[in-house]
Design a protein around this ligand. Structure first.
Ligand code: SAM
Length: 224
C-alpha cells in the first residue's frame, strides 16, 4: 500500500470541542506511554505475555476497545484513531478501568498497517466507519480494495475481521471488496448471521444513535 501520495482522508474533523482538563492531562501523560512504535513492530510483542493481538480501526470514543480489552486481559489490544477527542475519551476509559493491555496509534490506521508484519493479528474490528454517503466522496471510504488486501495480509490464518455499518450502500460496497480479497472468507451462512449483533459485540453510544439508513449489519470474515 506504500505510495508517494498519502491516501485521501477517510475521517472528518481531527478535533471538535475542547478536551476536558483531565483527559487533556492523560493526553500528555498516558498517551506517550501507550503509543505504538513509529517504526515497524510486531503487535504480539507490545504487551508481555499476550496470547493474541487484536486491532480496532477507528475506535471513536474507545468504548468497544476498552470493554473488549477488559474482557480479554490476555490480548494485546491496539487501537487506531486520528480524532483527538476520541483518543482523549479512550484514554479516560483505559485509565478508569486500569487497563494495561491497550496500545494506541493516534493517527491513520493505514500508516499503522504498513508497520505490521504479515500474519501478526488475530482479530481486526472496523465498526461503523465514516460512511461518506455521497458518490463523489466514496473514494474517501476507508474500505478500499488496497486496504482490504492489507487487512488480509496482517491477519493470521484463522484470524478474524469484523466490519459493521448501518449504511446499506457502504455494507454492499465493503462486502463486494472483502469477498473479492484473496485470503478472506465471509463466514455468514444465513441472514441472521449478519443481522444479529454477534454475541461478543459491544455497542457504543455512536452506534446507538442509528445515524445510518438501515439496521446495523455485521460482516465477519476469516483469514484462510
Ligand atoms: C463514525 S465513527 C465510529 C466510531 C466507533 N467505531 C463506534 O462505532 O463508536 C468512525 C471513526 O473512524 C475514524 N477513522 C476514519 N478514518 C480512519 C482511519 N484512516 N484510521 C483510523 N480511524 C479512522 C474516525 O475518526 C471516526 O472516529
Amino acid at each position: 500500500m506504500t505510495s508517494s501520495h498519502p491516501p485521501l482522508r477517510s475521517y472528518g474533523r481531527l478535533k471538535s470541542r475542547t478536551i476536558k482538563p483531565r483527559q487533556a492531562a492523560l493526553m500528555d501523560t498516558l498517551l506517550p506511554k501507550l503509543r505504538v512504535p513509529a517504526e515497524p513492530f510486531d503487535p504480539r510483542t507490545l504487551v508481555p505475555g499476550a496470547a493474541e493481538a487484536w486491532l480496532e480501526i477507528g475506535f471513536g470514543g474507545g468504548e468497544h476497545l476498552a470493554a473488549q480489552a477488559a474482557r480479554r486481559p490476555d490480548v494485546a489490544f491496539v487501537g487506531a484513531e486520528p480524532f483527538q477527542n476520541g483518543v482523549a475519551s479512550a484514554l479516560r476509559h483505559i485509565d478508569e478501568a486500569g487497563l494495561t493491555n491497550v496500545r494506541l496509534h493516534d493517527g491513520d490506521a493505514r500508516e499503522l498497517l504498513e508497520r505490521m508484519p504479515d500474519a501478526s493479528l488475530d482479530r481486526i474490528f472496523i465498526l461503523f466507519p465514516d460512511p461518506w454517503p455521497k458518490a463523489r466522496h466514496h473514494k474517501r471510504r476507508l474500505l478500499q480494495a488496497d486496504v482490504a488486501v492489507e487487512l488480509a495480509r496482517v491477519l493470521k490464518p484463522g484470524g478474524r475481521l469484523r466490519f459493521a455499518s448501518d449504511w446499506a450502500d457502504y455494507v454492499n460496497w465493503s462486502l463486494e471488496r472483502l469477498v473479492a480479497t484473496p485470503g478472506l472468507k465471509w463466514t455468514a451462512e444465513q441472514a441472521s448471521d449478519w443481522r444479529t449483533p454477534p454475541a461478543d459485540h459491544v455497542t457504543t453510544r455512536y452506534e446507538e444513535k442509528r445515524l445510518g439508513d438501515c439496521a446495523p449489519v455485521f460482516l465477519d470474515f476469516v483469514k484462510t
